[in-house]
Design a protein around this ligand. Structure first.
Ligand SMILES: NC(=O)c1ccc[n+]([C@@H]2O[C@H](COP(=O)([O-])OP(=O)(O)OC[C@H]3O[C@@H](n4cnc5c(N)ncnc54)[C@H](OP(=O)(O)O)[C@@H]3O)[C@@H](O)[C@H]2O)c1
Length: 348
């Protein structure tokens, strides 16, 4: 079977040279174990934390030669465990490989593989709107952001998995929702999902356009990015604005210190003088089961639309993951279809 391993620790943003596609022997399920065939692989920016030489935040840290870490949707092809049957579809974290053996009794901090019912279709949605990014978007808007009707919400990385879902929830809650994304095409796609406006952070007049898009100021800023984007948002925040810090992808290649200049004093001044509520969080923990229940209902009612970008084959994973960190055309959740079309169709 095929798998992708870490070839070398990433310095800065990841490139294809950080990964190696290799062949490995087919694993076999031992006592109490299940054999999974990967259907879909999730490419989450947070994987970047696991492939830095220095152990940063995050529960997982890899060494060169290790199979890449990642969320997956798989079908059970052999089972020696009473809770799992052949043909079950499960969501877990089996990594960048075509097959994996899992001992459900040795589950990681997020528990044993989650069995997906027929309501989770397409099954890849378990990696996006009906999974961790959906829980995170729910947390941004409801648990942490406490978005109210009539408020103005700004969302960075609005075209990403979390941003596309968060914006749609914001519209449902009756807020004015402004996205920030890279390039006119991506902004058009974001507006196509119902955002009131989307501002291109790569355009030279970004700061002016953003200011014009939020005439009343900003009540809630969902930050997925950090960096220059956030420094342009800060002056537009209203007194006592909420700022759910969901991610900071502009800094993921920098470890714990950036090259400067040090803009921390201005940030601290803004937090204090505006009484900002800046709140970092783990989305799956805050959103929890309630988020999955709400999102499944909103999806069924057509209030939230599924947005996905699909790449095919495990070989595409290194370049697709490198692309997440800039210059991509992705809209919504980025997934790799690992199994061939006929296998995926048979499990749909
Ligand atoms: N707290 C949590 O539990 C949690 C859970 C999930 C995700 N996150 C974080 O939330 C953020 C979004 O995640 P996601 O799953 O939505 O990611 P995603 O679908 O992969 O989208 C990420 C997007 O970020 C934008 N981006 C990349 N580098 C950028 C830069 N330097 N400046 C501005 N934008 C940049 C890119 O869009 P453009 O083309 O528009 O540049 C990219 O497509 C990430 O920071 C992620 O790590 C946190």
């Amino acid at each position: 079977m095929k798998q992708v391993v870490l070839a070398a620790y990433a310095k800065g943003n990841p490139t294809v040279a950080n990964f190696r596609v290799e062949q490995a022997p087919m694993p076999e399920a031992g006592p109490g174990e299940i054999l999974l065939r990967t259907l879909w692989l999730s490419l989450d920016p947070l994987i970047r934390f696991a492939i830095d030489e220095v152990k940063l935040t995050g529960a997982t840290h890899l060494s060169p030669g290790d199979v890449m870490y990642g969320g997956t949707v798989s079908e059970v092809v052999a089972s020696n465990h009473p809770s799992y049957a052949v043909d079950d579809i499960v969501e877990g974290r089996t990594g960048w490989r075509e097959y994996a053996v899992v001992d459900p009794a040795q589950a990681d901090y997020r528990g044993p593989p989650r069995k997906l019912g027929p309501e989770v279709r397409p099954a890849s949605a378990a990696l996006g709107v009906l999974g961790m990014p959906g829980q995170t978007a729910h947390a941004c808007m409801i648990g942490i952001g406490r978005v109210q009707a009539g408020e103005t919400v700004v969302i960075s990385a609005a075209g990403g998995a979390v941003g596309t879902i968060a914006g749609q929830i914001g519209k449902m809650l009756g807020a004015r929702v402004v996205g920030i994304a890279g390039g006119p095409d991506k902004c058009a796609a974001v507006e196509g999902l119902g955002f009131d406006a989307c501002v291109d952070y790569k355009a030279p007049d970004f700061a002016d356009k953003l200011k014009a898009a939020v005439p009343q100021g900003i009540d809630v800023y969902v930050d997925n990015v950090g960096g220059d984007v956030t420094f342009n948002v800060l002056p537009l925040l209203k007194y006592r604005a909420r700022m759910p810090v969901c991610g900071f992808i502009a800094y993921y290649g920098m470890g714990l210190t950036g090259p400067g200049p040090d803009r921390m004093p201005g940030f601290m001044r803004t937090i204090m003088s505006k009484g900002l509520e800046v709140h970092g969080f783990g989305g799956s923990m805050v959103g929890g089961e309630q988020a999955l229940t709400d999102l499944a209902r909103w999806l069924a009612e057509g209030k939230v639309r599924l947005a996905e970008t699909t790449y095919k084959g495990l070989d595409s994973a290194p370049a697709a993951f490198a692309g997440v960190f800039g210059g991509n055309r992705n809209v919504g959740k980025v997934v790799i279809q690992v199994a061939p079309d006929e296998v995926v169709a048979a499990s749909a």
